[in-house]
Design a protein around this ligand. Structure first.
Ligand code: ZN
Length: 378
């Protein structure tokens, strides 16, 4: 089935949008959050549990899968869905971000990125064409173009040169497509410079991408810059295609981004935090390692109905974590992802029922009352 996106409703007082993506592996109601399945697995949790908490699409990392186990193995075993046992939608990133953050001795040329594997030091070249080919072989539902995620801070001169190269790479990526049932998204870069974001958008928006992402945010620029540049960049994107804010995902950032008109999100925060004992709850973030929870009979979050919260006390969760039991990682991940998916569900419902602004105001007052961590009351 061909990829499609339908904009169902737009919240007129804000920019929030309710939409529906259709991929070869089902429907995704947007705004949607994608848990990160780095190496073809969302760490510590099974596909069955992800389905149970309402997860519609996961993100998998091309860089990691390309290096291990290798694209050939996955292709021979029927593609990423069959290989991982996840039957709903998958978005694969381009690998660019990992090449720049993990790959040693990387060198960027017009042709592509030369790098050495962080696993065994072997040499590789990823070009825009090769990255499209790899993602087609993996068989994901949405593929991303190769881009350079520019570090922050970086000089305007470098950001401009890199951004224009990303735009040229985007054009090459489109020409390299063979499969008709995989969507391909372009990525708007430009660092923290609004005029460069605009220049990048002018180059890329006329290209026939199935959706657009805003990349290069959430790289340590601080909340105020993230929100300013993020809101500016989303305004450059066409209404009729999905808009994906890459790698940004504190709950308060998601609320901001949905309000601004983004549709898709991914972030390692709920899963990584869980493994560190950090939980999102309706009364703010807590760390289960703290001594105050040693004999606390309450669930992780009293207003959560996930399996973890229905069955286990904070005292037991703390004990599991302290004892290094792997069940802790599973239960805490399950809860954090359930929290994120419930948040997205509530945001979607609020847009549908014309209550988004009301909900947004409710959040703000709760956050200021809580005065800690800014986690919303969900
Ligand atoms: Zn829970």
């Amino acid at each position: 089935m061909a990829f499609s996106f339908t904009l169902i409703k737009k919240d007129s007082p804000t920019g929030a949008r309710l939409g529906r993506l259709v991929t070869a592996h089902g429907e995704v109601e947007t705004p949607a959050f994608m848990p990160v399945g780095t190496a073809g697995s969302v760490k510590a949790i099974s596909p069955r549990d992800l389905e149970e908490i309402g997860c519609q699409m996961i993100l998998a990392n091309t860089y990691h899968l390309y290096l291990r186990p290798g694209v050939e193995v996955i292709r021979e075993l029927g593609g990423l869905h069959r290989f991982t046992g996840w039957s709903r939608s998958i978005l694969t990133d381009s690998g660019g971000y990992q090449v720049f953050s993990l790959g040693a001795l990387r060198k960027i040329t017009e042709e592509g990125v030369h790098f050495q594997s962080h696993l065994d030091g072997s040499s590789h070249l990823l070009t825009p064409e090769r990255v499209v080919q790899i993602q087609e072989q993996l068989g994901s539902d949405i593929a991303m173009v190769l881009d350079e995620c520019i570090p922050h801070p970086e000089s305007r001169e470098y950001v401009r040169a890199s951004t224009l190269r990303t735009a040229r790479w985007a054009e090459r990526s489109l020409k390299a497509r063979i499969k008709g049932d995989q969507a391909l998204f372009g990525i708007i870069q430009g660092g923290m410079y609004e005029d460069l974001r605009l220049e990048c958008a002018r180059e890329m928006i006329p290209m026939p991408f199935d959706g657009f992402a805003v990349g290069g945010l959430g790289v340590g620029e601080g909340e105020s810059t993230l929100h300013t540049v993020g809101a500016f960049a989303v305004g450059l994107l066409p209404e009729d295609r999905p808009r994906y804010l890459m790698g940004v995902g504190r709950p308060e950032d998601l609320i901001f981004a949905v309000r601004s008109g983004y549709d898709l999100f991914d972030c390692v925060l709920p899963t990584r935090n869980a493994r560190n004992g950090s939980l999102f709850t309706s009364t703010g973030k807590i760390n289960i390692r703290r001594a105050e929870y040693a004999s606390d009979p309450r669930p992780a979050d009293e207003s959560c109905e996930c399996y973890c919260c229905r069955h286990f006390s904070r005292a037991y969760l703390r004990h599991l974590h302290q004892a290094g039991e792997i069940l802790a990682a599973y239960l805490l991940t399950l809860h954090n992802l359930a929290f994120y998916h419930r948040l997205m569900e509530r945001l979607r419902r609020a847009i549908r029922e014309d209550r988004f602004q009301e909900l947004n105001t409710e959040f703000r007052s709760q956050n200021s009352e809580l005065g800690r961590d800014g986690s919303p009351d969900f």
